[in-house]
Design a protein around this ligand. Structure first.
Ligand SMILES: [Zn+2]
Length: 97
């Protein structure tokens, strides 16, 4: 490899920021990122993103119904369908309990 050693260690800002969503998805340890040690600009950006991600995590459970909620909704619908008419028995699954 004839590329200068420096470019392997210190990443370009845009290069690093392109990688950021990936790092967040993988829950990577951003403290280990070399670029953040050298670049205050990107370090501040990461702090902002971490704050936003934290807020999103706090909000998500409210918008995302738990499996128990879906279970209740599904069993209620099945019971109501069974009550109305047995128009197509093969369409409705047999009761689990
Ligand atoms: Zn940077």
């Amino acid at each position: 490899m004839s590329a200068p050693n420096q470019s392997e260690i210190v990443m370009d800002c845009s290069e690093f920021q392109q990688k950021l969503p990936e790092l967040f998805e993988e829950h990577a340890d951003l403290g280990k990122e070399e670029h953040l040690k050298h670049c205050e600009n990107c370090a501040a950006l990461v702090r902002d993103l971490e704050y936003i991600a934290q807020q999103a995590k706090l909000l998500l459970p409210i918008h995302e119904p738990s499996p128990a909620v879906w279970d209740t909704i599904q069993s209620t619908l099945q019971r109501e369908q069974a009550d109305t008419d047995g128009r197509d028995p093969s369409d409705t699954a047999p009761p689990a309990r």
